[in-house]
Write a protein that binds this ligand. Structure first.
Ligand code: ADP
Length: 427
């Protein structure tokens, strides 16, 4: 296996976002859930190791990221990518700056970029200031984020508070001139003692030019946008084929089911569209709290149904019902009861022959993947923006068809997501 690009993502859905971008840009990619215990036997061009380090203490985030880097270096990666959120979610202490500096030190590198820009999603950088749509990051809802309130949109100034090194700006006047001009500015900043460059980026063309200018940097730190520009560097170096099918998945099969633990608006719509067409089983946190064996009931209900058509298991509820459950049980307890039950149902239906499973909800996906013992995912074709089909990496020599999984962040996807997703998957 020669992996070209080794990525470390500071959260799971961010990892999936990056992996999907790389696949779209022609790199065969797997996403690992945490640092793998051993080498993976997959032939891929990029590996994304998804951590949960966005808001953990700086020392832990740094140590985990260095562990991931060690694994990726052993896998032979030629370049490394530290992926964070396109709203630069962090605090004056970290974790973006300290993790990036630790990775640079381990790689013996003294220069990288910091570029969360993602213009198609409205994240642009101008004069070093990060915009969300038409407004500064610091005027957006992110200023009230419970864990990482972003009150300074000036990335040069903000990153400077997180690091020991020095940050400089690559102004759009330079970025607009293309990769050579950007590379020259990198060299100038470096000569002035800068270790980080924040490049302005307003369009995908800007991202491509910045990506090209990063070809020789051992480490890139960015949102997922810069991933657009990196595969071309590997192609130009003759390391990646001009064109290849990067999103092919091994054949899957078996029965189809949806598990929905998200209560966001998009998921509510998707649940009601699916309920109108297919059998659906409702999981109520109050029943769980009363000690009812909802999991056994769900599995008994499923027998005889999932052989014939896709089935839905959902805890998705209206904001009023969610609040009522949370008032009675406490937010955490209600969430944990539901997550545990849905994860146990997932385990049960997979052993009843479900081979193609959609899960709605970030936390819910985490619980399901853990219960199923999934260690990594091969990234396949996109269903809707930001949600690809994947297959769970099979244990070597198991001979079983892999499980197809679509892990959907709550608010993603069109209303018919649960109905249309199957058509993107080969039988
Ligand atoms: P999203 O991606 O929309 O944020 P998550 O799965 O991350 O979805 O989070 C939803 C949380 O709400 C989970 O912890 C889930 O267990 C919990 N939950 C789901 N249904 C209910 C409900 N009816 N009442 C209370 N909590 C619920």
């Amino acid at each position: 296996m020669t992996v070209l690009l080794g990525c470390i993502a500071d959260d799971f859905t961010g990892g999936t976002d990056l992996a999907g971008m790389l696949v779209k840009a022609g790199m065969r990619t797997v996403q690992m859930i945490g640092v793998p215990g051993e080498p993976i036997g997959e032939d891929v061009d990029a590996v994304v190791i998804a951590l949960k380090s966005r808001t953990s203490p700086v020392a832990r985030a740094t140590a985990e990221s260095l562990d991931a880097l060690r694994w990726l270096r052993q896998a032979g990666c030629r370049q490394f990518y530290f992926k964070y959120c396109s709203t630069f979610d962090s605090t004056p202490k970290g974790n973006i700056g300290p993790v990036a500096e630790a990775l640079m030190q381990a790689l013996g590198s003294d220069f990288t970029i910091a570029c969360p820009a993602f213009p198609v999603n409205g994240r642009t950088i101008y004069k070093g200031h990060l915009f969300v749509g038409d407004i500064l990051l610091s005027d957006s809802g992110m200023r009230h984020h419970p864990l990482t309130p972003m009150t300074d949109a000036n990335l040069v100034r903000f990153l400077q508070t997180q690091i020991e090194g020095k940050v400089g700006l690559v102004d759009h006047a330079v970025v607009g001139q293309g990769a050579d001009a950007i590379r020259e500015r990198f060299a100038r900043l470096r000569a002035e003692g800068c270790n980080f460059a924040v490049p302005d980026a307003l369009t995908n063309d800007d991202l491509m030019a910045i990506g090209a200018a990063c070809a020789d940097l051992p480490l890139v730190t960015a949102g997922s946008g810069i991933a657009l520009g990196l595969p071309r560097n590997f192609r130009q170096a003759g390391l990646l084929p001009e064109s290849q099918v990067a999103d092919a998945l091994p054949p899957t099969g078996g029965r189809r089911a949806v598990i929905a633990g998200s209560c966001s608006i998009a998921t509510q719509g998707q649940v009601s569209e699916m309920r109108a067409k297919h059998p659906a089983f409702h999981v109520d946190p109050l029943d769980l709290a009363r000690g009812r064996d909802v999991v056994s009931e769900a599995l008994a209900w499923a027998a005889g149904k999932i052989e014939k058509e896709p089935a839905l298991f959902y805890a998705t509820a209206t904001p009023e019902d969610v609040k009522a459950a949370q008032d009675r049980l406490g937010t955490e307890k209600a969430g944990a009861l539901v997550e545990d039950a849905l994860a146990a149902i997932a385990q049960g239906i997979v052993s009843m022959g479900v081979g193609q499973l959609i899960v709605a909800g970030g936390e819910t996906s985490g619980a399901v993947v853990k219960a199923l013992g999934v260690t990594g995912l091969r990234i396949g074709p996109e269903i809707d923006p930001g949600v690809p089909w994947t297959t769970a990496l099979a244990k070597e020599g198991s001979g079983e068809k892999p499980l197809a999984l679509a892990l959907k962040s709550g608010n993603f996807g069109t209303p018919d997501f649960f109905l249309k997703a199957w058509s993107k998957l080969a039988a």
